[in-house]
Design a protein around this ligand. Structure first.
Ligand SMILES: Nc1ncnc2c1ncn2[C@@H]1O[C@H](COP(=O)(O)OP(=O)(O)OP(=O)(O)O)[C@@H](O)[C@H]1O
Ligand code: SF4
Length: 299
């Protein structure tokens, strides 16, 4: 049986231990709340629908932020199907506890990418998470607060799909920990868009600021000539962003070369620097980091 003990949260505060990014922000006179000790900005990656590429985007976004020089944490709270360890090839890693909480896995020697997932607590990848309602809720809440992150510029949170109870709990927790914003992922087709539209309303109701929409799997990049072909409809995410009054952060095609990176901690920025896919990730990173999500208005 899995055990998830309660811990005293680290007492480190923004005032006594600001990260370099927090110091820079304070020097610029911008007020900043530090909802999790040591964490400057929290970005949640969400969608109203499953299978649209949340985990892929969370992982590559975390890696792209790391390549851009930030200290990054990646928290996978998809209790139904935690796939971040698989995507990063960290499935065999073991987490352990210290007095201050769970110690995340570091994806590199320089400790620039820290990873925590529910999957690290399961004996095998095939083990289901069998908790019900209140236990799951408690687990998610503890998971958010009981990880001992080192100082992070960004914590990326990969969430469960939008219809589950867990998802609702996660988004409610986001409000409580004062998340800086949500990146909504959709595919261009109507079904996914409908779900994301509902998710946008849900974010508005729960007071989670939406940083913008990423349209994923929009067209297919040929592995031979790199031409992009629109197999289904395209631009649904762009339209939704326009109509909802939220930024469109980028449109990613289905790029089979992304799948080659599965099981590694390599970023599309370093592996395919000339590709359109890398440029799109670069642009998303730029919008998140330049857009000063510190200033993001919480609805
Ligand atoms: N832009 C892309 N190009 C190529 N493959 C992609 C792309 N985006 C996602 N995929 C692939 O699609 C599948 C589903 O992606 P992913 O697991 O990231 O979705 P998800 O939204 O996190 O799913 P879930 O709702 O189950 O958590 C994976 O096999 C992933 O490798
Ligand atoms: S896009 Fe061009 S290279 Fe790729 S399969 Fe089609 S014809 Fe061939």
């Amino acid at each position: 049986m899995l055990r998830f003990r309660s811990f005293q949260i680290c007492k480190r505060t923004l005032a006594t231990h600001p990260t370099p990014k927090q110091q820079e922000l304070m020097a610029r006179g911008l007020p900043k709340r530090a909802p999790l000790p040591g964490v400057t900005d929290i970005v949640v990656v969400a969608s109203g629908k499953g299978g649209v590429g949340k985990s892929t985007i969370s992982t590559q976004l975390a890696l792209a932020l790391r390549e851009s020089g930030f200290k990054v944490g990646l928290l996978d709270i998809d209790l139904c199907g935690p796939s971040v360890p698989y995507l990063l090839g960290l499935e065999q890693s073991d987490v352990y506890q210290c007095d201050e909480g769970w110690v995340p896995i570091y994806a590199d020697e320089n400790k620039t990418l820290a990873v925590m997932s529910i999957a690290f607590l399961l004996k095998s990848r095939n083990d289901p998470v069998i908790w019900r309602g209140p236990k799951k809720t408690m687990m998610i809440r503890q998971f958010l607060t009981d990880v001992k992150w080192d100082e992070l510029d960004y914590l990326i949170i990969d969430t469960p799909p939008g219809t589950s109870d867990e998802h609702i709990t996660v988004m409610e927790c986001m409000r409580d920990v004062k998340c800086d914003g949500a990146v909504m992922v959709t595919t261009p087709q109507g079904v996914a868009l409908d779900d994301v539209r509902k998710e946008l309303t849900f974010c508005r109701k729960t007071g989670v600021h939406v940083l913008g929409i990423v349209e994923n799997m929009s067209g297919f990049v040929c592995p031979h000539c790199s031409n992009c072909t629109n197999i289904f409809s395209s631009d649904g995410g762009v339209e939704l962003a326009k109509r909802s009054g939220v930024p469109h952060l980028g449109t990613l095609p289905i790029d089979p070369r992304l799948n080659v990176l599965i099981g590694t901690t390599r970023s599309v920025l370093t592996e395919l620097p000339e590709s359109n896919t890398a440029q799109i990730f670069k642009s998303i990173v730029k919008q998140i980091t330049n857009g000063d999500i510190v200033n993001a208005v919480k609805d």
